[in-house]
Ligand binder design. Sequence first.
Ligand SMILES: [Mn+2]
Length: 397
Amino acid sequence: MQDQEAIAIACADLHLDENAWKDRSEIHGDSMWSLKWICDLAQERRLPVIMAGDVLDKQLNNAAVTRSVRYNLAKVGRTIMYVQGQHDMQPLPWLSSLNDENTSWLDFDCRTMKRPSSIPGVGIWGIDWTPANKIQDRLNEIPKDTDILVMHQVTKDLMKELRELKHWELQASQIPHARLLILGDFHRTRIVKTKGATGQDLTIISPGSTNMRSIDEPPDKYVFLINRHLEYEKVRIPTRPKLEFTIKDEVDFNYFVGIAAVQLEGARKQALKDGVPEHISKPLQLVKFNSSIPYVYRRITEAVGDYGHLFTDVIGSTENPDETPEDESEVVMSQGIKEFGPSACLHLCVDKEKDPKAYNLLSRVLEEKDYMAVLMEERSKYINESKDNQEHPSPEG
Ligand SMILES: [Mn+2]
């Protein structure tokens, strides 16, 4: 794809905040750096930016965060088109309230479903994160001339790693008209080609998060340049490096202790060369270790020292720690819980197929912010339904 043909930059899951790990405030600046990098790119190439949800990490944000966000977005001087994810969902979206009335850098307001005027000839539509039972209604509203759709949902078609996972909100085959779906929520970069509800060819782009939000994520972070023909090119964001090492036995252990500092320093220098700024150049080091090795944790900590931010995980002492000793379904489940929270286990209690009503209600209670509102809504629905039934008894009963 030729650069000069690009009509927009697409990204997702920026999770703008002060630090991704609450208990590790020394790791900070990553999300704001990625935002600055994206906004600089937009400014340089004179392109609008599409943000597919979880733009801010939290529903409540302090002045330091909002000031940085406003400053960077204002620099773009062009349209920011966004939807909200679960993380930043508010009745009045943050980005709209940070928008200065006198500027036009946020003219895609998904609450009112206004069309953006900034990309002539390309139809764009956006849908804020929506609970699974209400998605179909929102999909039905998508105009026929939509080319690009922007959403933020747990989507079945992306769940290759979590193939056993029973909990998802959206399936690509439900999506009408759109030929390109820019999809947030999944923090990994993926491209899936499939068919939509109107038989159209549909490409799903999951740009992935713009910065490391959890130590399990892949460290390569991207934005996508989109052109008028809906072709795309991914561009890597220079982000903090992450190294990973597995210590199965004494041999691995001695090797790691010997090279850790050199490797970490090498990764830091390479990152600086690649354009990562000094303040986020200290690498994250994940070490999975066999805990039966004497003094292993203490010596790993000493070996990493001040060269990296150490994260550890214990593996079993089996010959082949890569082959999971546990029952596979348990592994899948624990991955699911990590990614999606308790909803991942819901199918253990209620069968989605046999009792869809109970499943949908419980899934909403688990996922929507105001669970009391969900219960009140369902309660009044129930009362109205039974009233209706009394007033207009059905022929059978
Ligand atoms: Mn997210």
